[in-house]
Design a protein around this ligand. Structure first.
Ligand code: NOJ
Length: 561
């Protein structure tokens, strides 16, 4: 396997709106990020992924871009951005930008033009269709609820929007649109950035003829995802993009891909195919979804997680590459979701980090994860900011679902769980802003904040530092093979990594019981070193059996012949 810098990196994701406000307007900004670069650097981070900072009316917090080559006023100026890039580079880190090219904002000049008339030169930059049988062109629902089509009276046609109606989908069948996008990408790359995280990039290829999705009883709209996810020309577009743009730069790319399978991920990331470096897959994020999707709550079964992550580890073991994540700006906080954010918050946050960071792939840390930030529960829907949450709430209300049931889903799965302001210290507004934050801070900031984490020797933050350093010190963590151990154990997730005569043994107790880990016969070794553990215990040598404490995690490095 080729060795590359992005395989050896750990990425830190910043959601700028909620990271650090420098000017007291309640909204995080670029100067705020600059003021915290040493904090990120000290964690051992190599690459920063910046969620969108482009001009945007903020219908979806910057994922609706009205100018790809300018900075959102609330975040600062292009000069601030240039300073940010220079200061990231000065610290030996890299910067990847979010690239949102499945859709733009309806306020982008292309769309403003496109909707003027059917023969406007920009018309074909978007996807337009006439009504079918007096209703929408297809029965597809939007990922944010309601129809995926919006009627536009000026030209008496509908345009497609897989997300909000202020996010019209771009028409990738149009070569002119593709060229514009490629030029824009080059413009950023020439400014010196180090790559892109590509938003729902496997949605960009739509079939020429759009068909109805399979209707569900009692539902007005149906999923069209089988037609637009991993669509007919997706590999051609990515290869064209790689050929015309990416191949000229030493950069990293990660494609966000809902609905991607391991087989497809291999096609997207196998180096010889020249598409992307890695993808964000979602299968493990769906294991606590009930049959009706994300808002339908179900408890995660550890056996499902083991099988799923193992499937991904094995599928991309020799060809392609995995990204590793439990958190991002769209997901609830992992310590609340998979751990125990009360009695065992520290232990379970460290256990989850161990499980993820010792796997093969590039790990991603989402702001606040490194200090064990937790989910939020606002009493009133009015305190929530996310468009997806509000659309869900409204639709559920219309269907007569009781308030408590709706709020319960929002508490567990809502995206605002991860978007409350970063908790820097115990002063007003968690030190995030001197003004009124755009979204309320989590009241637990007096106990959970970065300042405390930095002072405490055994903090989650310092544990992350150690995990990240281990990856730098031990090639086996980056490049070693992976095998699941004790496959059927319902409470312990254990696996081994192997490289030459070394074995890395990773043991994670996923729950608060105290199960016994039994060393499989297949593991033979001459000496064993404990590399990291989330408990301070006197006796740590490796034996035939280990009595694990709640959420205990241990990693041993074993040497064989
Ligand atoms: C995925 C992004 O991560 C999410 O935040 C956004 O709402 C959608 N794509 C639409 O851009």
């Amino acid at each position: 396997m080729n060795q590359t810098w992005w395989k050896q990196s750990v990425v830190y994701q910043i959601y700028p709106r909620s990271f650090m406000d420098s000017n007291g307007d309640g909204i995080g900004d670029l100067q705020g990020i600059i003021s915290k670069l040493d904090y990120i650097k000290n964690l051992g981070i190599n690459v920063i992924w910046l969620s969108p900072v482009y001009k945007s009316p903020n219908d979806d917090n910057g994922y609706d871009i009205s100018d790809y080559q300018d900075i959102m006023d609330e975040f600062g100026t292009m000069k601030d951005w240039e300073e940010l890039l220079a200061k990231i580079h000065k610290r030996g880190m890299k910067l990847i930008m979010d690239l949102v090219i499945n859709h733009s904002s309806d306020e982008h000049s292309w769309f403003v033009e496109a909707r003027k008339s059917k023969d406007n030169p920009y018309r074909d930059y978007y996807i337009w269709r006439p009504a079918k049988d007096d209703r929408e062109p297809t029965n597809w629902y939007s990922n944010f609820g309601g129809s995926a089509w919006e009627y536009d009276a000026t030209t008496n046609e509908y345009y497609l929007h897989l997300f909000s109606k202020k996010q019209p989908d771009l028409n990738w069948r149009n070569p002119k649109l593709r060229q514009e996008v490629y030029e824009m990408m080059k413009w950023w790359l020439d400014k010196g950035i180090d790559g892109f995280r590509m938003d729902v990039i496997n949605f960009i290829s739509k079939p020429e003829i759009l068909q109805d999705g399979e209707p569900k009883p009692g539902k007005k709209y149906a999923s069209g995802s089988k037609f637009y996810r991993n669509g007919p020309n997706i590999h051609d577009y990515l290869q064209e993009m790689n050929h015309q743009v990416l191949s000229a730069y030493d950069v990293m790319t990660v494609g966000e891909m809902p609905g991607v399978t391991p087989e497809l991920a291999r096609l997207y990331t196998e180096e010889s195919r020249k598409e992307l470096n890695m993808v964000f897959q979602f299968e493990h994020m769906g294991l606590d979804n009930g049959p009706y999707g994300k808002w339908d709550l179900k408890r995660l079964d550890l056996l499902d997680l083991k099988l799923n992550l193992t499937k991904w580890q094995k599928a991309l073991e020799d060809k392609g590459w995995n990204s590793l994540y439990f958190n991002n700006h769209d997901q609830p906080r992992s310590v609340s979701r998979f751990g125990n954010d009360k009695e065992y918050r520290v232990e379970s946050a460290k256990m989850l980090a161990t499980l993820l960071h010792m796997m093969k792939g590039t790990p991603y840390v989402y702001q606040g994860e490194e200090i064990g930030m937790t989910n939020i529960q606002f009493e009133s829907i009015n305190d929530y900011r996310d468009i997806e949450i509000h659309n869900f709430y409204r639709e559920q209300k219309e269907e007569g679902i009781p308030e408590e049931k709706i709020m319960e889903s929002i508490y567990v799965k809502g995206r605002d769980n991860s978007r409350t302001p970063m908790q820097w210290n115990s002063s007003t507004n968690a030190g995030f802003s001197t003004g009124t934050p755009w979204m309320k801070v989590n009241p637990n900031y007096t106990e959970i904040n970065a300042e405390q984490e930095l002072t405490k020797q055994n903090s989650i933050y310092h544990y992350y530092c150690k995990l990240i350093q281990l990856r730098k010190d031990h090639e086996i963590i980056v490049y070693g093979g992976y095998d699941l151990l004790n496959e059927d154990h319902p409470e312990i997730f254990s696996y081994k990594r192997t490289l030459r005569n070394q074995t890395l043994l990773v043991i994670c107790n996923f729950y608060e019981n105290e199960p016994v880990f039994k060393l499989p016969d297949s593991i033979q070794y001459k000496s064993a070193n404990l590399l990291i553990s989330n408990y301070e215990r006197g006796e740590v040598s490796l034996g035939e059996q280990i009595n694990l404490l709640p959420y205990e995690a241990r990693v041993y490095l074993l040497f064989g012949e």
